[in-house]
Design a protein around this ligand. Structure first.
Ligand code: GRG
Length: 283
C-alpha cells in the first residue's frame, strides 16, 4: 500500500478507537472487542481510494476533504462492525475475525446492544457529513437489512433461487461497499458521473466479494470463520446452488443433504467434502 494511504489508514484506525469510547467501560470493551480483533478494513480503504477520484487527482487533498473522508471511512467501518455483531447473533456464530464472537464471549443481549451502539455512533458521525450522507446512510442501511431479511426468508414461490441469491448479496454486502465508493468520490468533489460510475462498479465488486466469501465458507477454514456456517443455517449460496441445480444422479446424496439446515456435524463434514470435490466447483 502506498505510504500516504497507509498513513491515512492509521488515522482511520485511531479515529475508530476514539469513536468506540463510551462512558461505561464495559460498553467500550464490548464495542472494541471485534474492532481490535482484526478485519481487512476494505470499506474504509475504498472510501480513501475513491477519494482520489476528485479534481485534484494525484495531488495532496485539502485538510477539509481529508477530514470528511476520514469521517466517512469511520461511518462505513462502524456500520459494518454493527452488522457483524448482529449477524453473529443470527448465525449463532462462535468465532469472528479469528476471535470469540461477542454473543459467545458474553451473550446475545450484549451483542445486539453493542451492534446498536456502534450503529448509533456511525449515525452520529454521518450527521456531521450533512443531509446527502444521511440519506445515503439510511438507504444503505435499509438495503443491508432488506438483503438480510430476504436471505432469512429464502426464495419465495416461483422465485429463481439464483436471482434471489444475487438480490440478497447485492443488499447485504454490495450496498455498503457501493456506498463506501460514493462517500469517497462525493466528498473528494468528484464529478457526479465519476461518483456514479465508481458507485456502480463498487456494487459489483461487493457482489464478487460476497461470492468469494461464500466459496470460502465451503472451501477453507482460513477466513477467520468456521466453515459450513451456511450449510448449518440452510442458506443457499452460489456453490450450493450450482450443486443442487445439477440433475446428475451422482449428486443425489448432496441434494438430499442440502435440502435444509444440517444440524448433524458428520453430515456438515460430508456435505463440505462432496462440495469441495464437486466437478462443477473445481478444487
Ligand atoms: C445493525 C447495521 C446492522 C445490520 C443488521 C445482520 C445484518 C442487519 C446484516 C448482516 C450483513 C452482513 C454481515 C453481511 C456479510 C458481509 C460480509 C461479506 C462480511 C465479511 O466482510 P469482510 O470480509 O470482514 O470485509 P472483515 O472482518 O474483514 O471486516
Amino acid at each position: 500500500m502506498e505510504q500516504r494511504l497507509r498513513e491515512r489508514m492509521d488515522e482511520v484506525e485511531s479515529a475508530l478507537l476514539d469513536h468506540t469510547v463510551s462512558e461505561a467501560p464495559f460498553v467500550t470493551e464490548a464495542a472494541r472487542h471485534l474492532l481490535t480483533a482484526g478485519g481487512k478494513r476494505i470499506r474504509p480503504l475504498l472510501v480513501l481510494l475513491a477519494g482520489e477520484a476528485g479534481p485534484v487527482r494525484g495531488a495532496e487533498l485539502s485538510s477539509d476533504i481529508r477530514r470528511r473522508l476520514l469521517t466517512a471511512a469511520c461511518v462505513v467501518e462502524l456500520t459494518h462492525l454493527a452488522s457483524l455483531y448482529h449477524d453473529d447473533v443470527m448465525d449463532e456464530a462462535d468465532v469472528r475475525r479469528g476471535a470469540e464472537s461477542a454473543n459467545h464471549r458474553w451473550d446475545n443481549h450484549v451483542a445486539i446492544l453493542t451492534g446498536d451502539f456502534l450503529f448509533a455512533r456511525s449515525s452520529e458521525l454521518t450527521a456531521e457529513l450533512g443531509p446527502d450522507a444521511v440519506r445515503v446512510q439510511a438507504q444503505t442501511f435499509a438495503e443491508l437489512v432488506e438483503g438480510q431479511i430476504l436471505e432469512t426468508l429464502g426464495p419465495g414461490e416461483g422465485d429463481d433461487p439464483l436471482e434471489h441469491y444475487l438480490r440478497v448479496v447485492a443488499g447485504k454486502t454490495g450496498s455498503l461497499i457501493s456506498a463506501s465508493a460514493w462517500y469517497g468520490a462525493h466528498f473528494a468533489g468528484a464529478e457526479p458521473e465519476v461518483a456514479d460510475a465508481l458507485t456502480a462498479y463498487a456494487a459489483k465488486v461487493g457482489v464478487a466479494f460476497q461470492l468469494s466469501d461464500d466459496i470460502l465458507d465451503i472451501a477453507s477454514d482460513a477466513s477467520g470463520k468456521t466453515p459450513g456456517t451456511d450449510l448449518r443455517e440452510g442458506v443457499a449460496t452460489l456453490p450450493t446452488l450450482f450443486a443442487t441445480r445439477s440433475t446428475d444422479p451422482a449428486d443425489e446424496r448432496l441434494r438430499t443433504l442440502l435440502a435444509g439446515p444440517i444440524s448433524d456435524e458428520d453430515e456438515v463434514a460430508e456435505a463440505l467434502g462432496l462440495l469441495r470435490a464437486h466437478p462443477a466447483l473445481g478444487q
